[in-house]
Design a protein around this ligand. Structure first.
Ligand code: ATP
Ligand code: MG
Length: 367
C-alpha cells in the first residue's frame, strides 16, 4: 500500500511534464474507449479532437468485454483499440490522463471527527483493512474529504471517501498507454471526472446514472463533489440480448433496432419496450437503493437525476427514469465551460452524454 500513490504522488507526476498546450483524456469502459483532447485558448478550455471506438466483439461474446466489472481489463484488446483510436484522432500531444471506472475500485465513505490532513491520512490507513477486500500491499490507497457537518452534540465531523485501486489495474493501464504511444501522466476515479465536467458547487444534489454496456455506475454529486457511489452489473447489452432472444435475431440486428426505436410507444415499437423495460427496472431498483442510502446517511435529499453514458441515448429513457424516480431530469452539459467547433453543434446532445468522463479528466490538467 502506498497512500495517495495514484491520485497523490502519481498525479504529481504532471508537474514533471512540460505543460504543453494540450492534453488527452481517456475513458476505457466495458465496451468502448473514448478520447477527448483539450487545449486552452484565452484561458478557456477548447475541445481540439475527440473519438470513440466500440469493441463490436462484446456484442457477439459478451464475456469478452474489454473491461468487466470483475476488476480485470483485457490489456491486449484495449491496447489495440486505443492504438487505433490514437491513429485515427491524431492528437497533437502525447500527454494523457485516464479515468478508472468505479467498478474497478473499492470505495467507502467513513465518518470521523474533523482532524488535520495528516491525522486523517493516518486514520484512513488504520481503518482501510476493514473496508478493502484485498491485501493492502496489492492496492493503491487514497482518500478525499467529501463533506463536513456538525453532530447533534455539536462536534465538527467530516466524511471521507476511501478509494482503493488494485495495483494490477494500475499496471494494466500503464502498459496499455505505453503500447498506444501515450504518456500516462495520471489516473483518477471516473466519478471525480464526472463531478468536475458536469457540476458547480452551487448545483443541487443530483444522482448521476452512467448507463454503459455491461455496467451502470451511480454517483451522487452535491456541492460539486462526488459524495457517494454505487454500481450494478446491468447495462445496455442486456437490452440488446433481450431483443435478440425474443425476436430470434442476431445481436447486431437487435442493437440496430434498439438504437432506432428506443422506448417509443405505439405499434410494434411498444413490443420492444416490453422486452427492455424489465432490465431498466432492475437498474432503477439499484438507483433507488443508492438514493435511499445516500439520503439517510447524508441527511440530504437528492433533487434531480442525470443520465449519461452511450446507453442514455436510448430514446425515451430520460423520461422513464424521471417518471419512475419522481425526480426532474437534469441534462448533462459538459460543454458549458468548454468551447467547441460550431460544426459539432448537431452532435452536442450525444457528445454531452458520451464524453463527460474523458472531458472531466482532461480538464484536471488545466486546474
Ligand atoms: N443510440 C443508442 N440507443 C440506445 N443504446 C445505445 C445507443 N448508442 C449506444 N447505446 C448503448 O450504449 C452502450 C455502451 O455505452 P458506453 O459506451 O457508455 O459504455 P462503456 O463506457 O463502454 O461501458 P461502461 O461505462 O459500462 O464501462 C451499449 O450497450 C450500446 O448498446
Ligand atoms: Mg463508460
Amino acid at each position: 500500500m502506498r497512500l495517495g500513490q495514484f491520485a497523490g504522488d502519481f498525479f504529481r507526476d504532471i508537474g514533471n511534464f512540460f505543460r504543453a498546450g494540450a492534453v488527452v483524456g481517456v475513458d476505457i469502459g466495458t465496451s468502448s474507449v473514448k478520447l477527448a483532447e483539450l487545449g486552452k485558448k484565452k484561458d478557456e478550455p477548447v475541445l481540439l479532437n475527440y473519438g470513440m471506438l466500440e469493441s463490436k466483439e462484446y456484442l457477439v461474446h459478451p464475456n469478452r468485454a474489454i473491461q468487466t466489472s470483475s476488476l480485470k481489463i483485457s490489456e491486449r484488446e484495449t491496447a489495440a483499440l486505443l492504438t487505433s483510436l490514437v491513429k485515427e484522432v491524431k492528437p497533437k500531444t502525447k500527454i494523457a490522463l485516464a479515468a478508472i471506472p468505479s467498478y474497478a475500485a473499492f470505495m467507502t465513505v467513513i465518518d470521523m471527527p474533523f482532524i488535520s490532513k495528516e491525522e486523517t491520512a493516518n486514520a484512513v490507513r488504520f481503518q482501510a483493512p476493514q473496508y478493502v477486500p484485498l491485501p493492502l500491499e496489492e492496492v493503491a490507497l487514497d482518500w478525499i474529504k467529501v463533506d463536513e457537518y456538525e453532530t447533534p452534540a455539536r462536534e465538527h465531523y467530516q466524511r471521507i471517501m476511501l478509494i482503493a485501486i488494485p495495483e494490477v489495474t494500475i499496471r494494466a493501464y500503464k502498459t496499455i498507454f505505453r503500447i498506444a504511444g501515450l504518456n500516462l501522466a495520471a489516473l483518477e476515479i471516473d466519478g471525480l471526472a464526472i463531478a468536475r465536467a458536469l457540476f458547480r458547487k452551487t448545483d443541487a444534489p443530483t444522482l448521476v446514472v452512467d448507463l454503459g454496456a455491461e455496467a451502470t455506475d451511480m454517483f451522487v454529486v452535491a456541492k460539486g463533489m462526488m459524495q457517494y457511489t454505487g454500481q450494478t452489473d446491468y447495462g445496455g447489452i442486456y437490452l440488446t440480448q433481450a431483443i435478440a432472444r425474443s425476436l430470434g435475431i442476431t445481436s447486431m440486428r437487435a442493437e440496430a433496432l434498439k438504437r432506432r426505436r428506443g422506448l417509443l410507444r405505439g405499434g410494434a415499437e411498444s413490443e420492444l419496450s416490453t422486452l427492455t423495460l424489465p432490465y431498466l427496472d432492475v437498474i432503477l431498483q439499484e438507483v433507488s437503493h443508492v438514493r435511499d442510502v445516500y439520503e439517510r446517511r447524508f441527511g440530504t435529499k437528492v433533487e434531480g437525476v442525470m443520465l449519461i453514458g452511450a446507453a442514455a441515448n436510448l430514446a425515451g429513457v430520460e423520461r422513464y427514469f424521471s417518471k419512475e424516480t419522481g425526480l426532474p431530469s437534469v441534462a448533462p452539459s459538459p460543454f458549458r465551460a468548454v468551447r467547441y467547433d460550431l460544426t459539432l453543434e448537431p452532435f452536442i446532445g450525444e457528445l454531452s452524454r458520451e464524453l463527460p468522463v474523458a472531458l472531466g479528466i482532461a480538464e484536471r490538467y488545466f486546474e
